[in-house]
Design a protein around this ligand. Structure first.
Ligand code: NAD
Ligand code: LMR
Length: 333
């Protein structure tokens, strides 16, 4: 079914629903940010046992919003019950990093969550399910989940690099004085980590090449790239906990564009399973520029990659290879 046309409630699972991101995400989903003001949604909220009481409080608040589109809420700690018949699964639940940690440090703590959830989705999700992974390390968690769900097409999984994409748009808009709506063709390549490569060579500012519009290669190398790549750590440093509202917003943006389609004359960044494009080894979950339509994504082909970009994409992909090898070692895939 075309998700844009179907009017039955979209059944959406959110894991880690009592967490920080959940506290923002659930209210966005229930208010119609995902599929607009006409499409009801049903929420299926997964938490670990000790967090179920807090989750009941969040559900009380959802009730108290009297959202016209909210067709039902179910909570629980058994993924096989919660994922039953879901059309969209937003896998947020995982431990966040603290100050001084890299996201990869979370692999052993969070990896096991995604084996169990991958298996459960494989067995009980709806045939049209799409799965977005926000919990870190997001790319490799998505790889773990898809590897444990052999009956779900690999293309139905993606990991969130939309927050990085939005951060890059915001930084470029601030630098050039252009409104964010003038920034198009932004790309995040690689891993959702400090090695990610936000690429301005194909981006445009009001239709003009972004590198030319900026006119300052040193700013791109020494300010723009590190600011975007290390923004998550800067937020942890400032807030004392990791980004939540902006992460929820990006989770909604990514799912909305996936289900309803990206803008005709633009593309978005999504971490999806590689088909070998741009020298990224087949099977890795890596961020690419993609267009989306009718719930399917397509990697944008034919972009020219110069030596500067090549080295950065390769470095981030090398980290993804290391993470994959580590989870093979841990027996998670
Ligand atoms: P949080 O600690 O506030 O919430 C996480 C929730 O997940 C907790 O309530 C916890 O009980 C729950 N949980 C743990 N194991 C679970 C399981 N097996 N099943 C269901 N729920 C489980 O964390 P948060 O700030 O909401 O962040 C969640 C994750 O998202 C973290 O890994 C964080 O690093 C990541 N994140 C990713 C991005 C991104 O852009 N990809 C951005 C921000 C945060
Ligand atoms: C982010 O990018 O804000 C999240 O991935 C949280 C983190 O650990 O940086």
């Amino acid at each position: 079914t075309d998700p844009a046309r179907d009017q039955a409630p979209l059944r959406i699972a959110v894991t880690g629903a009592a967490g920080q991101i959940g506290y923002s995400l659930l209210f966005r989903l229930a208010s119609g940010s995902l599929l607009g003001p006409d499409r009801p949604v049903e929420l299926r909220l997964l938490e670990i046992e000790p967090a179920l009481k807090a989750l009941e409080g969040v559900v009380m608040e959802l009730d108290d919003c009297a959202f016209p589109l909210l067709a039902g809420v179910e909570t629980g700690s058994d993924p096989r019950k919660i994922f039953d018949g879901v059309n969209l699964a937003l896998l947020v639940g995982a431990r966040p990093r603290g100050p001084g940690m890299e996201r990869g440090d979370l692999l052993s703590a969070n990896g096991a969550i995604f084996t169990e959830q991958g298996k459960a989705l494989n067995d009980v999700a709806a045939d049209d399910v799409r799965i977005g992974v926000t919990g870190n390390p997001a790319n490799t968690n998505a790889l773990i989940a898809l590897s444990n769900a052999p009956d779900i097409p690999k293309e139905r999984f993606s990991a969130l690099t939309r927050l990085d994409h939005n951060r890059a748009i915001s930084q470029l808009a601030a630098k050039t004085g252009a409104p964010v709506t003038d920034i198009t063709h932004m790309t995040i390549w690689g891993n959702h980590s400090a090695t990610q490569y936000p690429d301005l060579f194909h981006a445009e500012v009001g239709g003009r090449n972004a590198v030319e519009a900026v006119g300052d290669q040193a700013w791109i190398e020494n300010t723009f790239i590190p600011t975007v790549a290390k923004r998550g750590a800067a937020i942890i440093e400032a807030r004392g906990s990791s980004s939540a509202a902006s992460a929820a917003n990006a989770t909604v943006d990514a799912a909305r564009d996936w289900l309803l389609g990206s803008a005709e004359d633009d593309w978005v960044s999504m971490a999806v399973v590689s088909d070998g494009s741009y020298g990224v080894p087949e099977g890795l979950v890596s961020s690419f520029p993609v267009t989306t339509k009718h719930g399917e994504w397509t990697i944008v082909g034919g972009l020219e990659i110069d030596d500067f970009s090549r080295a950065r994409i390769d470095a981030s992909v090398a980290e993804l290879v290391e993470e994959r090898d580590a989870v093979v070692e841990l027996g998670l895939i």
